[in-house]
Design a protein around this ligand. Sequence first.
Ligand code: SF4
Length: 275
Amino acid sequence: MNKDFPKVGPTVTMFVPYDCNNACPFCVNKKEYRDTSEFNLDRCYKALDLMNRVFPHNDIVLTGGEPLAELEALQDILDHIEPGHHIYINTTLPLGDRSVEEVAEILNRYEDRISCINVSRHLKHYVKECPDEIFDLLKFRHRINCVVFEDAKDPATKEKLIAFLDRFKGHEIQLRANYSYLTLENVFDTENDNLFKLISEICEYKYPLEHERFRTGFVFEREGSKITYHKTLPFAKVDGVVGDIIIRQTGKIFDDWNEYGHELNVNDLVELKYE
Ligand code: SF4
């Protein structure tokens, strides 16, 4: 299947209705998973179907929780999504009781559907990490996603970051600023951004990515690895323009992340401006 078609419409991000069983201290999604009584995969499917009618060629992001915590459910979701969407999966890549080879084989069944899998790995290990050899087994694009929570001015952070970049040499790496510190005022600023300065010290700066209303990014290179640095606001609706539509675990559709979002109704879908 050709994955090289233009994206049209806002990204639809679906929070899978099952948890990750981790407890990362920085998690902004965890509280959504405390009460699972209203979670409903069938309603999520109805929401996906509705979104597909309105935006048949947009990006769909599966996040959580942990999309790979229940591999059967994940396959069911992937089977349910109509062709014509770029599918991205945010995951910590848990194996459960399967081997690296088994999990890679299951994911590779969807190599024609998955545009990219974003795998969370941080400077400190917050979750049980599977062996890195899985990245060599995946037949589709993967990106190592690292939120740098550490103080960028601390020399220990520089050391840890270099070790991290060495560990994933040859893979695409996305470094991310701590979004809880980002505001509309500082999201595009690099002058006072210590993490930007640190990355510039240890990598070769290449070019900026396009400014969007709620995020920006910069491309670097280090020893053959493409490294991007992303700054993303913890919300995606700016000046009434919607960047991300969220399908919650209940199947209800919202116009922004977590506590920032409001439930969408059908008229909103006609009236809202999208990016
Ligand atoms: S694995 Fe992801 S969803 Fe789970 S606690 Fe950590 S950050 Fe949150």
